[in-house]
Design a protein around this ligand. Structure first.
Ligand code: BG6
Length: 497
């Protein structure tokens, strides 16, 4: 990939610095960058939140997070760990206390004038605007300051426009990094290489040769202690509006003219604008909402969604969603994309299946299976191309089998060298490359499409269908495909081979 390398950041200010995302993902990702010697010596990392904790406590808690989540155990690389922890400090900054932003200004001191500063808001979206305004009020934003905001950007189209308008009044669009950590996964970037660095896929990549596409992001975890947050959000907003639609756009987009943020974002927006709206009655036929009931996995009892969290209660929030999506453009006319994601499913895996059409004419008396391209995003990045093959035999009898051509990144490369999503994206942000980040227009187009589904669910009072924890979702999700004479692949290839 060719990148325009801008000015390297000098300070990283992490709002929500002692939160779950920071300890579980962001600091471990930064630590991995440290191990790879990608952090400039003068980079400082300042955790901020309304908590009143000392630098020492912040470092201790961060170290705990590294032990649990970093690729290399920090105790095995003591010098690097010490160097990393020395970069960290903490400051109490509460958006309800504007005076705290003066403290922040004092703490950052000259680093603002002398170098680029990144403000990373790992906070609920309701805090994005107040924090940006307070930073601006005290003069902490200049033309080189970068802002990173986490999905969800808003709660619907209206609130995302409000956020985008407000931050645009303070930061330049090229300095706003809207992060979707799925874009940082190597396997997702590899979709671009697969499609646009090879000659053999592109001619087949359309309705003439592709029967349908499945995108599954299956999680085995439940909502647990995130229930209070999740119950107001649900799977459609939490996963489909961002991660699944981004994956869909990488599969469905036209070849971009260049590998620049503008060119990629333009092609993604065109895909979002071609999504046939699922609204009104279509929500009844093209969507499935699910929620897990209790279940048992490996002899362990798992709680129902309604019983999770500190205040168990009946809820109509979906922890699972399946959709049949049509793309109304020349390339994809008549090729359904089936999307599905859920919590407390049987296994954690994310996969894109491109199911090709069958051969036009067979010279064999035996049946043949249509080709399938399986792009496994996690847990182990793999690309398999399922082809028909003749099994060796002495008798000359024809025995056709379908076998995979198999490219496993974990066998091909050292797994420690495969960067995690946040690692790649944080590094991009530090060096000023926004190619893998979302523009406001993408986010807004995605919300426009999602809002129509949400409105249909409300209008028709679409209930959740229950599925046992540890299953692959409600029966209705199977019926969604069965109506079209198709089936979910359900991790099939992994189980078979
Ligand atoms: C987050 C969602 O964006 O992605 C979570 O808010 C979800 O609900 C997570 O668990 C999944 O990420 P990954 O990388 O583990 O697939």
């Amino acid at each position: 990939m060719s990148f325009s390398i801008n000015e390297k950041a000098r300070s990283l200010v992490l709002f929500g610095g002692n939160g779950d995302l920071s300890y579980r993902k962001l600091l471990p990702a930064l630590f991995n960058l440290e191990r790879k010697d990608l952090l400039a010596d003068n980079l400082t990392i300042l955790g901020c939140s309304r908590s009143d904790i000392s630098n020492e406590v912040f470092r201790e808690e961060a170290l705990e997070g590294l032990r649990e989540n970093a690729t290399a155990h920090p105790d095995e690389v003591p010098e690097i760990t010490e160097k990393f922890l020395n970069r960290l400090s903490f400051l109490t900054v509460d958006a309800n206390h504007p005076e705290h932003f003066q403290d922040l200004k004092k703490t950052l001191g000259d680093s603002i004038a002398n170098g680029c500063c990144i403000y990373y808001l790992a906070t609920p979206p309701g805090l994005f605007v107040p924090i940006c305004q307070l930073l601006n009020d005290v003069g902490l934003v200049n033309s080189s300051s970068r802002l990173v905001i986490e999905k969800p950007i808003g709660y619907n189209l209206e609130s995302s426009i409000e956020i985008n308008d407000a931050v645009a009044a303070i930061f330049k669009e090229k300095n706003i990094y809207r992060i979707d950590h799925y874009m940082g996964k190597s396997a997702v970037q590899n979709l671009l290489a697969l499609r646009f660095a090879n000659v053999m896929f592109e001619p087949l990549w359309n309705h003439n040769f592709i029967d349908h596409v499945q995108i599954t992001v299956s999680e085995s975890v439940g909502v647990g202690n995130r229930k209070a947050f999740y119950d107001n959000v649900g799977a459609l907003r939490d996963m489909v509006q961002n991660h699944l639609l981004q994956l869909l756009s990488f599969i469905a987009m036209e070849p971009p003219t260049h590998l620049t943020p503008e060119a990629l974002q333009l092609e993604k927006i065109k895909v979002f604008r071609s999504l046939r709206p699922i609204e009104g009655k279509r929500t009844k036929y093209n969507t499935v909402r699910g929620q897990y009931s209790g279940g048992e996995v490996d002899g362990k009892r798992l709680a129902a969604y309604k019983d999770e969290g500190e205040s168990p209660a009946e809820s109509n929030t979906e922890s699972f969603v399946a959709l049949k999506v049509d793309i109304d453009n020349w390339r994809w006319s008549g090729v359904p994309f089936y999307l599905r994601t859920g919590k407390r499913l049987s296994t954690r895996y994310a996969e894109i299946d491109i199911q090709f059409k069958g051969i036009h004419h067979s010279i064999f008396k035996l049946p043949t299976k249509a080709n399938r391209l399986i792009i496994r995003l996690q847990p182990k990045d793999t690309i398999k191309l399922v082809i028909m093959n003749q099994e060796p035999s002495l008798s000359g009898a024809l025995n056709l089998v379908s076998d995979p051509l198999n490219l496993s990144f974990h066998d091909q490369y050292d797994p420690g060298d495969i960067p995690k999503g946040y690692e790649r994206l944080l590094n991009d942000c530090i060096v000023g490359d926004s190619t893998l980040f979302m523009s406001r227009y993408e986010v807004e187009e995605a919300w426009r499409w999602i809002d129509a589904i949400l409105a249909g669910w409300e209008e028709f009072d679409i209930p959740v269908e229950y599925y046992p924890a540890g299953s692959m979702g409600p029966d209705a999700a199977d019926q969604l495909l069965a109506k079209d004479g198709r089936k979910w692949f359900n991790n099939q290839y992994d189980n078979e081979k």
